[in-house]
Design a protein around this ligand. Sequence first.
Ligand SMILES: Cc1cc2nc3c(=O)[nH]c(=O)nc-3n(C[C@H](O)[C@H](O)[C@H](O)COP(=O)(O)OP(=O)(O)OC[C@H]3O[C@@H](n4cnc5c(N)ncnc54)[C@H](O)[C@@H]3O)c2cc1C
Length: 411
Amino acid sequence: MTKLKIGIIGAGIQGVCNALFLQKKGFHVTLFDRDEPGNAASYGNAGHFSPYASVPLNRPDVVTDVPAMLMSSRGPLALKWNYVYKMLPWFFRFLRNCNNNNMMHTAKYMHQILDLALPAFDELFDEVDISGLIENNGILYVWNEQNLKSRDLEIKIRNDLGVKQQIVNKKEIHDLEPNLKPFYHGGVFYDYARHARNPKKILIKLYENFISKGGKFLKLNIKDLNFDENKPVLRSESQRFTFDKIIIACGAFSKKLTDQLHEKIPLDTERGYHIHFKDYDHLISRPIVYSNRGFGITPMEQGLRVVGTVEFGGLENPLSKNRIKNLILNAKEMLDGLPEHQDEWLGFRPTLPDFLPVIGPSKNYENVYYCFGHHHLGWTLGAISGKIISKMISEENTNLNLEPYSSLRFA
Ligand SMILES: Cc1cc2nc3c(=O)[nH]c(=O)nc-3n(C[C@H](O)[C@H](O)[C@H](O)COP(=O)(O)OP(=O)(O)OC[C@H]3O[C@@H](n4cnc5c(N)ncnc54)[C@H](O)[C@@H]3O)c2cc1C
C-alpha cells in the first residue's frame, strides 16, 4: 500500500499540502502544475490563517442585503453582466442554501475542519524554516453602524459553535490599531489567529521540502483524464502518465477535469482582488477586515496589501478597474496618507454554492480524489485538507464526519 504512485494536479496550497502529507505516509508523489507552484489564488490572498471563520456566506441576511450591496460601488459585491446568465444555476443553488438549516450545517462542518487547521499546519511548519514569514498578532474585524443585525448573527453563530472571539469596543480597537481612522462602530478580535507576511514564500518553503524529500514536480498542463483498467491516466499536450491514484486540486479550475469524470459538480468562482501600498505595512500591526465592505488590509513583505471583494464573472473576464478603485477608496477610508498603489491582481476563489469544500473520493472512480472548493478559506484549510486526503488514501480513521464534504451531495 505505501508504495502507491500518486499524481496530484495543481500546486497551489491544497496540492502542495496534499503532497507533503502523502509523502509522510510513504507514497510516491508527483505534483503537476501548468505554472510554477503557488502562482494562482494561493499567491494573492489576504494571508489570514483564520480558524474562527466558520460563519458562511450562505445566510438569510446576506440574500436580503445583496441588491444594496450590488448597487454600491463601495460595496463588497460586483457582477460581470456577461457572465450572469452562465452563473444562474449556481445562484439558484446558492439561494436554496441561504436558510437557517443549511447555514448552520455549513457553519458546523466548516468549524469541524477550521478548528484543526492550525495544528495541521504546524505539522508541516515543524520541518521548514518559516521565521519572519508568519506573525501571531491576531486578526481584527471592524464594522460601521450599518447591518448590525448581520454582525449580531455572526457573533451568535460563533458563540453557539464555541469559537473563541473577543468583542472589542471603540477604545479597544484604537488601542490595538491607533492609525486606523475612527470610522468604526465595533469589532471582534481573534488573538490566536495568524497571518502570512508572504503566502507565496511560505508555499515555496513547503514545496521545496517536498522536493528535497524525493517528491517530483512536472510543469505541465493536464488536458485530460482517462483510465487504463482502473488506473488513472493523465495526459498533457505530449505526455501520458499512469498512477495508482490521483488528486484533483486545481482550485477554481478543477471543474474542467471533474466534468470529464461524468460528475456535474457546480464549482464556480468568486473573483477577488488585491493591490499593494509599498512600504506602508508599518501602519498596522495585524490584518484588519472591514466587514461591511468585504475587504481587508494585511501588513505584508510587499507592503500593505489591500485585498478582497467578491465579483461574479467567471474565469475568462479581464480584471475590473472598478474593483481596484473600490479597494483604493475603501483603504483610504481606513487609513490616512496612503501613496499611489501598485500591483493590481485578480484571483479566483473556488466556490461551491453551499460554501463547503469538496474533499474526498470521486463519485464514479475509486482511484480519483478531489480537494478543491475552499472558497475564502483555502489558504487556512490547506494543511488539514491534505491531512484528511492522506488518511483517506491510506485507509486510516480520521474520527471526523467527512460526508458533508463529499461530491455526492450534488449527485
Ligand atoms: C482575494 C482573495 C483573498 C483570499 N484571502 C484568503 C485568506 O486570507 N485566507 C484564506 O484562508 N483563504 C483566502 N483566500 C482563498 C484561498 O486563497 C484559496 O481558497 C486557495 O488559495 C485555493 O488554493 P488551491 O490550491 O485550491 O488553488 P490555487 O491556489 O488556485 O491553485 C490551483 C493550481 O492548479 C493549477 N492548475 C489548474 N488547472 C490545471 C491543469 N489542468 N493542469 C495543471 N495545473 C493546473 C493552477 O495553475 C494553480 O497553480 C483568498 C482568495 C482570494 C482570491
